[in-house]
Structures are given as C-alpha cells and as structure tokens.
Design a protein around this ligand. Structure first.
Ligand SMILES: [Fe+2]
Length: 258
C-alpha cells in the first residue's frame, strides 16, 4: 500500500492555481478571533476548523484520541464571521483537517531561512489513504513577500520563491518541502491555510483552477543569499549552545507555520 497522491503535485511538490480576485471580497480575516501560537506573541492564528471545534490550533495528534490532520470540526462563531473563507476552504470537496488564518509579522530573509521547517500533516495518517497537503490563499497583498520552499534545508540551490500578491493560491506538499515565508512587511500578512486530503476531489479542483508547477524564481544576489545562509548558521549555533548550556536538546525553531 501507499498513500494516494496528486499527480499534479507529484513531480515538483507544489502547484500554483489561477489567481483569485481577492479585492472583491470583504476582509473577513480582520473580524476573526485570533490566538497566540505557543505563547510566542509573534504569530497568531484564527482557526476556522480545529480538532474539536474550539478556538485553538494544536495538531490533532495532540488531542485525545490522537488523530491525523483530517475531519476538522468547523467552529460556528468563526465560520459566521468568515463565510467566504469557509466556502473557499470547502470548495475542493476534499476532507479538511486544520483550517486557519495566519497573521504573520514582518521578518527578513535570514529569519525566514531560520524558520524553514517541514510539517507533520501525515502523522497517524493510515497507509492507503490520501496524502495530506496544504492550501495557502494569500489574503493581504504581499507582492514583495515570498513563499520559500527548499527540498534540502541548507541547500540554497534547491530554493523556490513564489511571490504572494493578494489572491495567490498555492497547494504545497509541506511535509516534503522545508518551507517558510519571507515577509518584509511593513504590514502583517494574512493567509488562509487549509489541510486537504489528496484524492479525486482535490485533483479536479486543481484542474479547474489550472494548477501548474511551472515557475521561475527571480534570482537573488549571491552575496545576499550567502550572508543570509551564514547568519542562519550563526543563529542555529547560538541557539544550540544556549540549549546545551541548560542541558536540553535542540528540537529546532519554535515557528512551525507560515
Ligand atoms: Fe508549515
């Protein structure tokens, strides 16, 4: 057995859909209730669907009974405030797990690289069912921000950067890619993130929206990339040393969403 995956995502691990006309919709994300992520005070989330229909954003495997990132429970008070976002998350007709709006504060390129992580969406997902991938709908207009994807965490040659103007719609295998968003700001970025189960419904949706993996990243200056890479190594070493001095292992940056 193996997981059911999308042919459209199989080769490159991401697809870019047609741009959505975001400016025609009300800014529902500004009305939602947000919660802090790991008390960081930095990134906040407004869940539309969660493990048990409560306003919290923990992985479904951290609840009782633990389960994979499917069968999210819609939160009535949030859905009421964001009917359009809810409709968009449900449009594929695929099983939805976690669904939430992220509020991301501005950062710089080294910080984005530092935040690179792989998701854990398929933890407890039974073999033979659909592989869980994630939809990213950019809500705010962030044409100078990028979704940064890497096959290899520390290899800039594997990097793909996709700009994020309002209405950008991406589907990414976030368990395959190291990913983070580089968001220069100055305003917060808002994005709807939905966990979907791969299968015929998601395939048909990708086709309807003309999903493509064709994308050429605008090159960055080599010295800019090198400096950022060095800065990340410095921060990681600093972090590892600080943790070691307290007798703790380093389990990576706390930021695990984009
Ligand atoms: Fe993530």
């Amino acid at each position: 057995m193996s997981y059911v995956k999308s042919a459209a995502l199989d080769e490159k691990g991401f697809v870019i859909l047609d741009r959505y006309e975001q400016s025609k919709d009300p800014k529902e994300w500004l009305d939602l209730e947000y919660v802090d992520w790991r008390s960081s005070g930095e990134t906040r989330f407004a869940p539309l669907a969660s493990a048990n229909g409560e306003i919290e954003v923990n992985g479904f495997w951290n609840h009782e009974p633990p389960r994979t990132d499917k069968d999210g429970v819609w939160i009535p008070s949030q859905v009421e405030k964001a009917p359009t976002l809810t409709r968009r998350a449900q449009e594929p007709g695929a099983n939805v797990g976690r669904c939430r709006v992220i509020e991301l504060k501005p950062n710089d390129y080294p910080e984005a690289l530092y935040n690179l992580h792989q998701d854990d969406n398929n933890r407890l997902n039974p073999d033979g069912s659909g592989w869980i991938v994630r939809g990213f709908f950019n809500l705010s207009d962030d044409a100078d921000s990028f979704m940064v994807l890497r096959e290899e965490r520390f290899d800039p040659d594997t990097e793909i950067r996709i700009p994020l103007p309002a209405g950008t719609q991406l589907i990414v295998d976030t368990q395959r890619f190291w990913h983070a968003v580089w968001h220069p700001g100055p305003e917060n970025r808002y994005c709807l993130i939905t966990s979907w189960e791969s299968g015929p419904q998601l395939d048909a949706y990708i086709e309807r929206w003309n999903g493509t993996s064709e994308h050429e990243s605008t090159p960055l200056e080599e010295s800019f990339m090198d400096n950022a890479q060095n800065e990340v190594q410095r921060r990681l070493a600093e972090r590892a040393a600080a943790l070691a001095s307290r007798g703790r292992d380093d389990d990576g940056p706390a930021m695990s969403e984009v």
